[in-house]
Write a protein that binds this ligand. Sequence first.
Ligand SMILES: [Cu+2]
Length: 141
Amino acid sequence: MNVFSTVTFKKVCALTMAASLMVTLVGCGDAEIDNDEDGLNPDDYDVYLEIEAQGREFIVAGEEDDNPTITVEEGDEIGVDFCVIDGNHDFVIDELDVASSELIDACESIEFTADEAGEFEYYCSVGNHRANGMYGAFVVE
Ligand SMILES: [Cu+2]
């Protein structure tokens, strides 16, 4: 059963790479994600993000730095495939009413609209993760 799930995830990942060009190998790692979801279709969103949580870092596909600043435009429809690789984490942006489940070795798809301009923070609300640096800027222009 796990093997089937893993294969399914990798197929989806490969299609996503072909479709978006935004995705780096970071998003398609060797992590054994127990992923029953197919993930989102990047074409359905103004901005599609593949984000992994690992240690105290958010790794955004296509970005060199960990916990990078993410910039979108007001009104953008945002799709996020969020996967927790290591530990237990979530993905939260208070001002935009975004809050994933707290996940362990799992993925969750998140959809929201950037309906308010400003400089916000995405972060992990688990334990003291945010205080230990698990956050980045989320800018809506
Ligand atoms: Cu965390």
